[in-house]
Design a protein around this ligand. Structure first.
Ligand code: SF4
Ligand code: SF4
Length: 416
């Protein structure tokens, strides 16, 4: 770890009100400043590794709201993640991590096969029976939480049904590669289909390489740097085989990781070029706002927007999605208080730290309801899973959708 990054903290406290875990606890150890101090003391040999130290650090969501707020460029979330990666490199992966991170995630076919039983579970009606009888209460709580998060799955993963090349509508302006994230393909296939539809409507030919692998973000969450680097090398090599103007993603988590490939694979020219071409879908749509405006039809809906951490804090994208929503005729846009504060999803945080995740989610839900919006729009699958689960549990009528679903609805076609 670069010691210089640790000593940049001048302990001013400007990050404190932006940190979701500090806001909930008011504990210094649950603040960015406290976490930086803990990692620094460990590096300086004044603290030994202990369960307590790991517990304090693992409460960090890696939402990076602190990095946005810090005047000295300190990124406590990233420093904690680096610290965990270094420990993991010494300890090695557990058996389950090895299975999931090395044998499942990098193989899209295996990943799709692994989710087939979940489709059967839903389509056979078994899920309804299990939920009604509360059968999952007999299993470990983490299993019930995972089941709770499970939304209605599409009949097929999008990777299976989407053609590799989707032609532009009308005059072609260029070619983009589409990085179809695992969760987007497996769960939110309609949103990614909407992404392709919007891109083609703007005149782009869309290439979706079928062999692409998971971006490696789950590896970093599990502190598995080697897995991330393997994924990065593979995807850079694959996409370099096409002539592309941009590489587009509609998954905030993937986008944040893909933009860092060049940094992760320092000295690798292919990776540097790859990362410079990556755009979140909201960025490229925003570049063509005038053309898009001409194509959109009225949607008289009350809408608010939640900033995914991976889009707002990791990629610095906040104005584009809002301005896109404001392009839709008759749409009543309402700003969400604390819009850029984490929803408590944070990868697998909502399974591993359920109590803190629920407290953070509760605050988010209260803010959503205070806007009076009918639709909550966002741009990351983890947030969609978390917010849909929270809204359903609260008996809310607010619907959570991806920004591309709403914009594609405004282009015309089915909605609702
Ligand atoms: S991390 Fe940044 S904002 Fe927080 S106390 Fe240190 S210097 Fe101040
Ligand atoms: S990454 Fe998020 S949870 Fe972690 S210290 Fe920073 S603001 Fe707090």
């Amino acid at each position: 770890m670069d010691y210089g990054k640790l000593i940049n903290c001048m302990r001013c406290g400007m990050c404190l009100p932006h940190c979701p875990t500090y806001r909930e606890t008011f504990h210094e150890t649950a603040s960015p400043r406290g976490r930086v101090a803990l990692v620094r003391k460990f590096q300086e040999g004044e603290l030994d590794i202990s369960d307590r130290l790991i517990e304090y650090l693992s409460l960090c969501l890696d939402c990076q709201a602190c990095a946005t707020a810090c005047p000295c460029g300190v990124n406590a979330g990233e420093l904690v993640a680096e610290f965990k990666c270094e420990k993991k490199a010494e300890e090695g992966l557990s058996f389950m991590e090895e299975v999931v991170l090395r044998r499942l995630l990098p193989h899209p076919d295996r990943l799709e096969a692994a989710t087939a039983p979940l489709r059967l579970y839903q389509n056979s009606g078994l899920q309804k029976v299990v939920r009604k009888l509360g059968i999952l209460k007999m299993f470990p709580p983490a299993m019930e939480r995972m089941e709770d998060l499970l939304p209605a799955l599409p009949a097929q993963p999008l990777r299976r049904t989407l053609q590799e090349v989707t032609p532009a509508e009308g005059k072609e302006r260029g070619t983009v590669g589409f990085f179809l994230g695992c969760v987007m393909s497996l769960v939110f296939s309609e949103a990614s289909l909407a992404t392709v539809r919007l891109l083609t409507a703007l005149g782009y030919r869309v290439i979706t390489p079928k062999e692409q692998k998971c971006c490696g973000a789950p590896n970093i969450l599990a502190a598995d740097r080697k897995g991330l680097l393997d994924a990065a090398r593979f995807n850079c090599e694959l996409f370099s085989g096409y002539e592309l103007d941009y590489i587009i993603t509609d998954c905030g988590g993937c986008g944040a990781e893909l933009k860092k490939y060049g940094h992760h694979l320092e000295g690798n020219g292919q990776a540097a070029l790859f990362s410079t071409k990556v755009r979140d879908i909201s960025q490229i749509l925003h570049d063509h706002a005038d053309l898009l405006r001409e194509k959109l039809t009225p949607l008289p809906l009350k809408v608010t927007y939640h900033d995914p951490c991976h889009i707002a804090h990791c990629q610095g994208i906040t104005k584009e999605p809002r301005e896109l929503l404001r392009l839709v005729p008759e749409l009543d846009y309402r700003e969400l208080p604390g819009a850029d504060s984490c929803c408590g999803s944070a990868g697998t945080y909502n399974i591993e730290k359920p109590e803190m995740s629920d407290r953070i989610l509760q605050r988010k839900l209260e803010n959503i309801h205070a806007t009076g919006a009918e639709y909550l729009v966002t741009g990351n699958p983890g947030c969609l899973l978390q917010l849909r689960k929270g809204l359903a549990a609260a008996g809310s009528s607010v619907r959570a959708v991806h920004v591309t679903e709403l914009l594609a609805a405004s282009l015309g076609g089915d909605w609702g």
